[in-house]
Every structure is written in structure tokens, then in C-alpha cells.
Design a protein around this ligand. Structure first.
Ligand code: SAM
Length: 239
């Protein structure tokens, strides 16, 4: 398995398609059974391998996924990029929010590209979301990855991030925020989340200070108490 530490390492497009059925869907849908166990297990296994890269012991809740997409109208967009899908909780909510016929493969104008550094997470998301473009790579390389998918930097409508910024080294926080700003179109939206308990971490401070510098500020949502641990969402907009 290649590295999944939170670095700017570029290894996009190198993942495998395993041809297996859906993995972990029921988990995110709030159901039970072996799929639920397998998504949580896969997430926890990867956390044990690489706690800093995964930055959480378990996937986010459906409540947090809904808060992440609140107020975003995909019908008015043409390209959406997701960072750090993990087992795909936010990806599932993104796919539910897409209007029928919006995706390029359905004859529409829309494209969703989701990028994770961890090949096992890429495999899971790819198996569960065959209509979306799932790439292995670093969010820091989003411009090159987008370009390979026919999306020009400066034209992306929204970036939805599941990254654990509060576990990132400072230079990676800066490079991901700057690359995100460049890839978005004017008026484009960047959404990310942070755990309530991480608020006082130095990297969380660094994130807020860099978000102010790069985007000119951010808005915070109310806390989603039903996430474990409780979390809230930041929204930045490119001027
Ligand atoms: C905190 S988990 C969140 C997963 C999922 N979004 C959720 O909320 O359940 C962070 C994810 O980001 C991925 N990741 C870490 N560093 C990354 C990077 N530089 N670029 C892209 N993905 C990265 C990890 O592999 C992991 O899947």
C-alpha cells in the first residue's frame, strides 16, 4: 500500500478497481448488517495504520454530512470536488443531492471528482459510487488532478472537504488552502469541518488564520452535537 500520511505527495490516478459490490453503504444510510461493520472496520483499520492521515477513529455522521451540504444547489453548478472522502459519508450525501440527468455520463454538464490519499478508501468509494470520478492523490495537487479530468483551475463551483486539517503539518494546511482557492471560480464555495475538541489545537488556529489570509474569512455553522466527536462546518467563499 502506498503512503497515506497527510503529505502533498502526488500519486493521483494510481488506484485499482476491485469490481466488488458496495462496501459500507448501510453504515452511512443508518442501517446495519455486515456492510456497516465493514465500512467502520475499514476506517478503523486505516486509522490504526495511519492515525494522522485518517485523523478520526470513525466516519462522520449523516447529520454532519447534511450540514456540510446545507444550502448548496448542485443544479446551478457544473463541477464539484471532494477532498478526503474516507469511506464516503459526504460522497453519499453529494450523490443524493445531484439532480437527475446532471452528471456528464447522463448527458448533463456536471462532474464530481473525489480525491483521497489512501488507496483503500479510494477502492471503497469507487466501488460504492461508480457514477463519480474517484482519484487517489493529495488535495494539495487538486489543480493537476482537476485538469486531467478536463476541469480548468478557476472554474470549480464547490470544494467539499473531509480532511482532518487539525492533524496536518502547517505547510500542508497552507498548500491545500491556496490550491483550493486557485481551483475555485469567483464566488465558488469551500466547505470543511472540524471537531469541536480540536478548536484549541495549534493546527486549528493555523487553519483559521490561513483561511482568513487566503479567502478573506469564513463562516462557522452551529455545532453538530450528534457527530462523534461533535463537529462544526466552516464555509469560505472565493471573492
Ligand atoms: C477525517 S477522515 C474523513 C473521512 C470522511 N470524509 C468522513 O468525514 O467520514 C480524512 C480523510 O482524508 C484523507 N486524507 C488525508 N490527507 C489527505 C490529502 N492530503 N489529500 C487527500 N485526502 C487526504 C484520509 O485518507 C481520510 O480518508
Amino acid at each position: 500500500m502506498s503512503t497515506s500520511t497527510p503529505t502533498g505527495t502526488r500519486n493521483a490516478g494510481a488506484s485499482t478497481q476491485n469490481g466488488r459490490g458496495p462496501v459500507g453503504r448501510a453504515d452511512h444510510a443508518g442501517g446495519g448488517g455486515s456492510h456497516r461493520v465493514s465500512a467502520r472496520k475499514a476506517f478503523f483499520r486505516e486509522f490504526l495504520r495511519n492515525p494522522t492521515g485518517m485523523a478520526a477513529v470513525a466516519p462522520s455522521s449523516r447529520g454532519l454530512a447534511k450540514r456540510m451540504l446545507e444550502g448548496l444547489d448542485f443544479g446551478t453548478m457544473s463541477s464539484v470536488i471532494e477532498f478526503g472522502p474516507g469511506t464516503g459519508v459526504f460522497t453519499e450525501q453529494i450523490e443524493r443531492s445531484i439532480p437527475r440527468g446532471w452528471l456528464e455520463i447522463e448527458g448533463g454538464k456536471g462532474k464530481v471528482v473525489t480525491i483521497d490519499l489512501n488507496p483503500r478508501m479510494v477502492e471503497i468509494v469507487r466501488a460504492n459510487h461508480p457514477r463519480l470520478t474517484v482519484r487517489e492523490g493529495s488535495a494539495a495537487d487538486v489543480e493537476a488532478i482537476a485538469r486531467r479530468e478536463g476541469i480548468e483551475p478557476g472554474t470549480v463551483d464547490a470544494v467539499i472537504s473531509g480532511l482532518g486539517f487539525a492533524s496536518f503539518p502547517p505547510e500542508l494546511i497552507t498548500s491545500v488552502l491556496e490550491a483550493t482557492h486557485r481551483v475555485l471560480k469567483p464566488g465558488g464555495v469551500f466547505r470543511t469541518f472540524t471537531y469541536h475538541v480540536s478548536f484549541v489545537k495549534s493546527q486549528a488556529y493555523q487553519f483559521r488564520s490561513e483561511a482568513r489570509r487566503v479567502f478573506g474569512g469564513f463562516q462557522s455553522s452551529r455545532v453538530v452535537w450528534l457527530n462523534v466527536p461533535p463537529a462544526f462546518v466552516y464555509t469560505c467563499r472565493k471573492a
